[in-house]
Ligand binder design. Structure first.
Ligand SMILES: *Cc1c(COP(=O)(O)O)cnc(C)c1O
Length: 357
């Protein structure tokens, strides 16, 4: 039996995609081999690779003047790759600090140039998106679009005259975006796209072709290396790209990002309503900055939080424990979370409240 998995990442995947993968596991397309066993230079894998890219381009409406790269190393590796690929022209960049991931990317970038915080909500435990201002002469401005740990997100278009770089690990494909508002979008695949092992980078060609890399940037961290070889410079994470392709087919059949966004917003609203309408649960985030992917909340005390985790787990509502930095509870409700999972969670919350208030 499948449980409802509220894990922040790796996280729940669409059942339909998993069933397809299971069906093809021993023999992909009748070829007598698993995708795992296919050469990354062969025709069978090549089709998967290019179909996944085409699907992603279509669903996200990626303009032709952007590369879509399939990389490894996680979003965390891009924390280093970003400054090393972009600071060659001008060594200044500004970061908005909205949580752990933003702080980590900022810390890495600081090793390579004149890096300044454009804004921070650290003093308020990152419970809102702060005011910010970018310096005028920067190579790029960086944000984390959705803050997985703190349950906040940027709801307004970010005002940055320089190229804007966004970590979308926990929100890519969750709502419609205008790709051309960004120069670089990057995301670990294991939250809303695929299994772990794949990192997607969508980057404006001009930034790559002009080669603003720092001279010591390792070949494998240079976007240009993979851009020139269609992400086949070396062995790509073939299985994760195959799973991505299946997840994208599922998303397309669902109605694309527009339909997905509507479901995500409805699910999030139901959950926030359940929290706001009770005196037992609370959410610390400024309402206009609330994430629709990661909903953080608490019961009246840490003891009850722990009891909540224990009892919900026993009911097949998994991984509702909050991140260790914030404590409390967190429901990650990525694209693949079915409506039934939200209903089951809210019913459990109400029952738990009645038994413990
Ligand atoms: C999970 C996460 C990361 C880290 O991703 P890895 O692929 O594990 O490196 C970075 N940024 C955000 C916003 C995340 O949610």
């Amino acid at each position: 039996m499948r449980v409802y998995n509220f894990c922040a990442g790796p996280s729940t995947l669409p059942e339909q995609a998993l069933i397809k993968v299971q069906k093809e596991l021993l023999s992909y397309n009748g070829c007598g081999m698993s995708v795992m066993e296919l050469s990354h230079r062969g025709a069978q894998y090549d089709e998967i690779h290019h179909q996944a890219e085409a699907m992603l381009r279509q669903l996200l409406n990626v303009p032709d003047d952007y590369y879509v790269l399939f990389l490894q190393g996680g979003a965390s590796m891009q924390f280093e790759a970003i400054p090393m690929n972009l600071l060659g022209k001008n060594n200044k960049a500004d970061y908005i600090l909205t949580g752990n991931w933003a702080e980590k990317s900022y810390k890495e970038a600081k090793k390579y140039g004149d890096i300044v915080a454009a804004g921070s909500s650290k003093d308020a435990n990152y419970t809102f998106i702060p005011e910010y201002s970018f310096r005028e002469d920067i190579a790029y401005g960086a944000i984390c679009s959705n803050n997985t740990i703190y349950g906040t997100k940027f709801s307004q278009k970010v005002n940055c005259a320089a190229p804007l770089v966004a970590d979308m690990s926990s929100c890519i494909l969750s709502e419609q975006i205008n790709v051309s508002d960004y120069s670089v979008i990057y995301a670990g695949a294991q939250k809303n796209m695929s299994c772990a092992g794949l990192t997607v980078v969508i980057v404006k060609k001009e930034l790559v072709d002009n080669d603003y890399t720092l001279p010591f940037c390792p070949t494998m961290l240079k976007w240009k290396t993979q851009a020139e070889k269609e992400s086949l410079y070396n062995t790509p994470p073939t299985f994760a790209i195959y799973v991505l392709n299946e997840v994208l087919k599922w998303l397309d059949a669902f109605g694309g990002i527009k339909a997905m966004e509507a479901q995500n917003k409805e699910q999030a609203a139901k959950l926030y309503n359940a929290i706001d309408n009770s005196t037992f649960y609370s959410n610390p985030v400024r309402v206009c900055d609330r994430s629709i992917m990661n909903v953080v909340f608490t019961t009246p005390n840490a003891e009850l939080d722990a009891k909540f985790v224990k009892e919900s787990t026993a009911k097949g509502l998994m991984f509702l424990k909050g991140h260790k930095n914030v404590g409390g509870l967190r429901a990650s409700i990525y694209n693949a979370m079915p409506n039934e999972g939200i209903t089951a969670l809210i019913e459990f919350m109400q029952k738990f409240e009645n038994e413990n208030k």
